[in-house]
Design a protein around this ligand. Sequence first.
Ligand code: CUA
Length: 375
Amino acid sequence: MGIEKTTRYTLTSLRRSFSSLVSWPARPQQKYTINKALTLLLGLSLAGCGGGSQSVLEPAGAQAYRIEDLWWLFFGVTGIVYLIVMAVVLIALLRSRREQKRASSDTQPDLTPDQQSEKRIGNVIKASVGLTIVILFLFMVSSFRAGREITSLYRAENPLVIKIVGRQWWWEVEYRHDVPSQNVTTANEIHIPVGRPVRLELESTDVIHSFWVPNLHGKKDLVPGYKTSFIFQADEPGTYWGQCAEFCGHQHAKMRFVVVAESEADFNNWYTAQQQPSVPPSTDLEKRGQEIFLVTTCTQCHTVQGTPANGRVGPNLTHIASRPYIAAGSLRNTEETLAGWILNPHASKPGVRMPMNTYSNEDLQALVAYLKSLK
Ligand code: CUA
């Protein structure tokens, strides 16, 4: 942990000194503003849409800090190189114009090579090639170092293990327990305790997806028939949006998920609540809703623990009412959206696997009331 902290501190100070290099000779306050503005500008152009600060430039964990540091280093160095190249091109253009003007007034072009300037040009080319090699080497070493630091957590003892299955177009999330009946299965929502390493075991059942929470870690592909895993850790509590980052079909863009990083106590509360079987319906409307749920096609795809419904095709609905979003983070979980989704999921996610359903108004109301009771 000591080494971890020291490395992080070194990297942060490196980034600071680098930022000061970029914004030099600004005063500290200006420097901060420039840095923030730059982050905002880049964040706006790179972060994607909505759902808070879904950005690589706002890291919230050890791994994400490494990636951010690497990003700034690449951005800064390549930015400076770009500016130098542009300046040189501009100078060359202006010079050639001047030469052209001179040539038009003097009909005899001077073709004798100037030994000294030839030598100077040769030296400049040699120095540029040398500098390019040095820069590429610097990039290679820093990428290698960042990679090593990111994977240093792999030696962590007792990580929380979560299995993630990518499906078209949602995420199945499973917390394995030694007693299988105590497993927790949910969808599109991953709760993790702050400060504890989390190992994600990834797999896909259909096509290639890519798991990406920019604030916490880099991308990791989910390839059918090939299990992968990675370890990360959130150091700051918060809600971090993730997104499938590999085109996987019609609703790839609406294959989102959320990572909720919370205190150990909050996490344990959530986990214990999720382990419980579903809440039995209490009102007549909810009871009617459960009946409808159990006798119609819902059970073929969905599981509600504590009832005979045990389908594994769609998301587990045992505690659906506890999730703030449905349809892989694309709709808020309200009675209206739930009702609309049940009747015609294709209205908001065309091509989705869930079929359309026909219910009378009363039945639909009862069904929604039942689902909303599944806290
Ligand atoms: Cu799954 Cu894109």
